[in-house]
Write a protein that binds this ligand. Structure first.
Ligand SMILES: Nc1nc2c(ncn2[C@@H]2O[C@H](COP(=O)(O)OP(=O)(O)OP(=O)(O)O)[C@@H](O)[C@H]2O)c(=O)[nH]1
Length: 280
């Protein structure tokens, strides 16, 4: 059985950093992870390790812009269309990564997950190749600084989940930047309990009035409707990721292993070469 994790999320959420850290962690525990760069606009310096598979070897955004005259957004769409027309390239690149994780670093343009059909089609192709997939959707902890921005992030995660329809985990990245303060700051994160309201979205955050609330009263009923939607469909909750703490990465890997059913098809190893004395 082969496995792939699609690492998704808005620009700057920490996707590439997470991919590198996860591969390094897998190596530390004697497992293998291979980086697949799916961003045709990626710059070399954004990778901590060399991608094993790289869409830029098929087509890059620069190619689409300079040779075909597309702008950055049209160019990105063209690159994905080109990939979908050249899936034999992908089949060859994916090769035989038996029992290994292929970690797919996706682009940060959110519309790729919510508006277009490329990723669902690509995921179906992975399934045809017998590769079991899941997605890790990253939202950065800075979104917790502004509850309205945070809820727009929750709704984007929800919309991407519904569009992609694969096992899914949401991750609140860059948790090292969040320290509960003793004085109530702009985000009001004073305790672990306050942070928990963001990790498991508390829809009442939207309806609470804060001294810094600048929302026009005419949006209050809209906010209540959104809060109700999130309460009625509690699809999103976040695992905290603090890269300064290896336990945090290990906990996230366990969730990924569980959601992708890693190793479930492996046969138990017979203790053939063991002497009876080994069991005493
Ligand atoms: N403090 C802190 N900074 C981080 C962490 N992860 C990423 N960063 C920083 O956030 C910035 C963006 O990180 P990337 O990993 O490039 O984010 P990305 O989601 O791949 O970005 P795009 O590919 O542009 O969408 C970089 O400056 C990273 O150093 C983290 O866990 N903690």
């Amino acid at each position: 059985m082969r496995y792939a994790i699609f690492v998704c999320g808005p620009a700057g959420a920490g996707k590439s950093t997470f991919c590198t850290s996860l591969i390094t962690h897998l190596q530390t525990i004697k497992r293998n992870g291979h980086l697949f760069n799916l961003d045709p606009a990626a710059k070399d310096e954004s990778f901590g390790i060399e991608p094993s598979i790289d869409i830029r070897n098929l087509i890059s955004l620069d190619d689409a812009m300079t040779e075909l005259g597309y702008g950055p957004n049209g160019g990105l769409v063209y690159c994905f269309e080109y990939l979908m027309q050249n899936l034999d390239w992908l089949d060859e690149e994916v090769g035989d990564y038996d029992s290994d994780y292929i970690i797919v670093d996706c682009p940060g343009q959110i519309e790729i997950y919510t508006h277009h059909n490329f990723l669902p089609s690509l995921l179906r192709h992975f399934q045809v190749l017998g590769i079991r997939t899941c997605a890790a959707y990253l939202l950065e902890s800075q979104f917790m600084e502004d509850r309205y921005k945070y809820f727009s992030g929750v709704l984007s995660a929800m919309s991407s989940m519904v569009n992609l329809e694969i096992p899914w985990i949401n991750i609140m990245s860059k948790m090292d930047l969040i320290t509960p303060s003793t004085t109530k700051g702009r985000n009001g994160l004073r305790s672990k309990k306050d942070i928990a309201r963001y990790l498991d979205p508390d829809p009442y955050l939207l309806s609470e009035n804060t001294p810094t609330s600048r929302t026009n009263p005419k949006f209050h009923s809209l906010n209540q409707a959104i809060a109700q939607l999130i309460e009625d469909h509690p699809l999103v909750s976040f695992l905290p990721l603090d890269l300064t703490d290896t336990d945090s990465l290990a906990a996230i890997l366990s969730h990924i292993d569980y959601s992708i059913q890693y190793g479930e098809d492996e046969e138990p190893i017979e203790p053939k070469d063991m002497d009876e004395g080994d069991f005493e």
